[in-house]
Design a protein around this ligand. Structure first.
Ligand code: FEO
Length: 170
């Protein structure tokens, strides 16, 4: 390996493997949100469907952010295979609770990545991950607020809840 190539490979292999696993998680989140959007569309909740289509797109952007980070640091980013995701939900509330649970799971994984980056004294990756830590905080709060709103609206017609979701999302 010549020196110019060596200088371009700055990402640690251990960190790269973990970031590739996270790429898979973000892809899984994107696919899961697409399934949630489809369920909402099929059940007449068009505002919630739009919210989940947007979320799906955002998760793909998260995946590409990590993908770009690995390649820009001379690593080998791996295009993830698409895993099967859940398409059946009991209710609109169940969809949003599943979304929140998924985000809580992603947050845990991001925190584990962050502590590994710190252990390895990989400050570049730590900086990259800080964006994700903040994003996860916002996403969890976003879904908690919607679930709380659904709880407060109690037995209101589901279509009213869906209309309210449109307003919350703007
Ligand atoms: Fe990118 Fe919300 O996980």
């Amino acid at each position: 390996m010549d020196n110019s190539l060596r200088e371009r490979i700055s990402i640690l292999p251990e960190m790269m493997d973990l970031l590739n696993q996270q790429i898979k998680q973000e892809q899984l989140a994107s696919s899961s949100y697409l399934a949630m959007a489809a369920w909402c569309d099929q059940n007449g909740f068009s505002n919630s469907a739009k919210l989940f289509y947007d979320q799906s797109k955002e998760e793909r952007e998260h995946m590409m952010k990590l993908f770009g980070y690995i390649t820009n640091n001379g690593g080998a980013a791996i295009s993830p295979s698409v895993e099967p995701v859940n398409h059946s939900f009991l209710s609109l509330r169940d969809v949003f609770e599943s979304a929140l649970n998924m985000e809580i799971d992603v947050t845990k994984k991001i925190h584990t990545l962050m502590s590994t980056a710190r252990k390895l004294e990989d400050y570049n990756t730590e900086l990259c991950l800080q964006w994700f830590v903040h994003e996860q905080m916002e996403e969890e709060q976003f879904f908690r607020d919607i679930i709380q709103m659904i709880e407060l609206m109690g037995d209101s017609p589901l279509q009213l809840i869906d209309d309210r979701i449109k307003r919350e999302n703007h």
